[in-house]
Write a protein that binds this ligand. Structure first.
Ligand SMILES: Cc1cc2nc3c(=O)[nH]c(=O)nc-3n(C[C@H](O)[C@H](O)[C@H](O)COP(=O)(O)O)c2cc1C
Length: 330
């Protein structure tokens, strides 16, 4: 299947959340959904030598690395490292509003510098060979007029060779809002993003922001080539991912018919992690939302979160937590 087709549905890059254990869990529920890493800065890879940040398991594929940075040559070097490691895609973050990121002069502030972004992606594309280079952006920042800046931004990066873009359908306000507030307070403008999809038929555009159910995903897909889901996929992964392969991708079956199956499908990953000296909670913290809204969900969460902190906590904690939930069919 083409990567663009996988990008019909993707799980957003989320710092501290979409690490390799989270991605392993999402992957057991959907074989097709495109998964993104947390943002990794190009500087950490190139200047800091922190190439371990690129570690991932082939079972997570297709997986896209998200980079942060604004130095074209540094981004190109980081892209080359990512391609060498086998990532299916390299994405540039033009949406993060955190102070740390602003002082490094990348993320959402780059919405104000489309020329620089175009140079960055051009160098990344040079370094990427056949691997696609994509961008995740906002509709604008601060007092910009999205209706004007967004089409200009998209045209510049398209002219630099980008073919796929995800648009978080709200502005980032760079002063006075925390990153968390910047994901909720600036209003969503889906219509503007739909208009971009019509104006740029040569781009594969995905819409992101505030999408919480698979029905909503299907609704957006009437206007867009792709939909990216962030928080909802983390907090209630089964609701977004467990039926995605059949409903969104037209597969004949989904890999895990029930939430129980999804949990059990994680046992080999967890055992390998424990054998390698890892801690149970490093994996299971991403699984707390598995039974969101189902009978026994609280018992599951409590047993799993408390049990995982016990010294030497093993796979038995997972089975103990599973016994709290009665869900048979999702
Ligand atoms: C905990 C957390 C961390 C995030 N980290 C990143 C990141 O590293 N890179 C990025 O482009 N967006 C990041 N985001 C933003 C999401 O990718 C997404 O754009 C945003 O949450 C809106 O989508 P949603 O409403 O579906 O969650 C993060 C969001 C959350 C909740």
């Amino acid at each position: 299947m083409e990567l663009d087709t996988h990008a019909t549905l993707s799980v957003a890059p989320m710092m501290d959340w979409t690490d390799r254990h989270c991605r392993a869990f999402h992957r057991v529920m959907s074989r097709r959904t495109l998964l993104y890493t947390e943002m990794v800065t190009a500087a950490a890879l190139v200047r800091g030598g922190a190439v371990h940040l690129l570690d991932f398991d082939a079972a997570e594929h297709p997986v896209a690395l998200q980079l942060g940075g604004s130095d074209p040559l540094e981004l190109a070097r980081a892209t080359a490292l990512a391609v060498e490691r086998g990532y299916a895609e390299v994405n540039l973050n033009v949406g993060c509003p955190s102070d740390r990121v602003q002082s490094g002069h990348f993320g959402a502030v780059l919405m104000e510098q489309p020329d620089l972004v175009a140079r960055c992606v051009a160098e990344m594309i040079n370094a990427a060979g056949d691997v696609p280079v994509t961008v995740k952006c906002r509709i604008g920042v601060d007092d910009q007029t999205p209706e004007e800046v967004l089409p200009d931004f998209l045209a510049r990066i398209r002219d630099a060779g980008v073919r796929r873009v995800t648009v978080h359908a709200r502005k980032a306000w760079l002063q006075g809002l925390s990153p968390k507030e910047n994901r909720d307070i600036p209003p969503l403008d889906y219509e503007l993003v739909y208009r971009m999809a019509t104006a740029f038929p040569d781009l594969h555009l995905s819409i992101n922001g505030g999408i919480t159910t698979l029905d909503e995903v299907a609704g957006h897909l009437r206007h867009m080539k792709g939909v990216m889901v962030g928080r909802a996929a983390y907090h209630d992964p089964a609701a977004i991912l467990m039926r995605a392969d059949t409903r969104i991708f037209g597969a004949e079956s989904d890999p895990c018919p029930t939430r129980h199956d999804a949990v059990l499908a994680m046992v080999p990953h967890i055992e390998a992690h424990l054998d390698a000296g890892g801690k149970l909670g490093q994996v299971t913290r991403h699984m707390l939302g598995t039974f969101a809204g189902q009978p026994g969900a609280r018992g599951w969460r409590r047993t799993l979160s408390e049990g995982a902190t016990r010294p030497g906590a093993g796979i038995d904690v997972l089975h103990e937590a599973l016994s709290c939930v009665t869900e048979a069919a999702a």
